[in-house]
Design a protein around this ligand. Sequence first.
Ligand code: ZN
Length: 431
Amino acid sequence: MSDAKDLLTYIGAAPSPFHAVAESRRRLADAGFTTLDLTEPWPAGPGRYLVARGGALVAWEVPDGAGPERGFRIVGAHTDSPNLRIKPHPDTGTAGWQQLGVEVYGGALWNSWLDRDLGLSGRAVVRVGGELEERLFHCDCPLLRIPQLAIHLDRDVNGQGLKLNPQQHLTPVWGVGPVEVGAFAAHVAEEVGVAPDAVVAWDAMVHDLTPGALIGRRHELVSTARLDNLLSCWAGVTALAADRDAGPAADPGPDAPVAVVCLFDHEEVGSTSSTGADGALLAQVLERTVNARGGTRDDLLRALAASVCASTDGAHATHPNYPERHEPGHHIAIDGGPVIKVNANQRYATDAGGQAVLIDAADRAGVPHQVFVSRNDQPCGSTIGPLTAARLGIATADVGVAQLSMHSARELCGAADAERFVRLVGAFLRT
Ligand code: ZN
């Protein structure tokens, strides 16, 4: 299934990068992918494999008869989204409220987190029988809220804009009464089924509890959290998990490349981490897949030279209320097809060759495409594309689905584009 309802199911199961990896693993395992251990030797033969570490996952399919010099087709995406993360000593409070200290993660639109009922998710490291063990937790119950100041106490807010200090004004409330030191640890302990003193550390974050929905007159729009960039993670996993005989776009053929989907963490904070795109994970995994097939360093470099990477991430649709913020010659329509992103200053990695590969994949998948470039007076964002291109030395191009409200707690895209993107990614991966 590659429709927008399945996208909502995937995003609903993935409030944190760790859960995005867990849900992706589950779907790939159902499609015959074997999880390999990064500390063990890997099998030599063809097949479907994956490795997972924290909020990152690499999955690949080695076709029958592929030698160690066979090129890769790589789809990269990121599992993290801007949000609020719980501090190590979180229990705090003012004026009779019990609150949790949070850190802002990435470039969140702060205002979008106000007056929403928020849940909690993440991973905890717990001590069980003298051993340290990692456990995920995901609580979809309304626990937290960041209340906005009433307009009577902030008369100029509509005309002059909402001004928020992230240290002062984004601290959620989650109860009333005196501050209870240890309350958050006790909550996590209950979530993961251990005694409070067994919780050693956590990576915990908040998420909006409003379920994702198909909205609009004809339900043609997808309204949900974390479209950036779980939509691309979902598309990569769905396309890679597709049956080999599911159609021309899914059939690898005898000279098919090694299809790779890499879901990185930490893109929203610059990608420099052991599980980010600026880390060594993907390069090490690719090298080991070559070594497992008996390849040499020269085989690896030949394989990389024959490889192409699609960096998949959200694109800006032209906003109907702010059309002047967009480059007039490159308006991007919601549901106008996947968007190839170009930036001469290499904030996106796409060059003519990469653009052509993506256009060819779109044509073969039978989906339209659009090309984005930003205004000269409006700097664009960036993606994992330039990092991957530089680290691996392989041709890379940036592509994604058009959306509004990027980095809001709730974003908006077209339902038809989501399904088209899976088809484009499938055509790219297997030819
Ligand atoms: Zn992104």
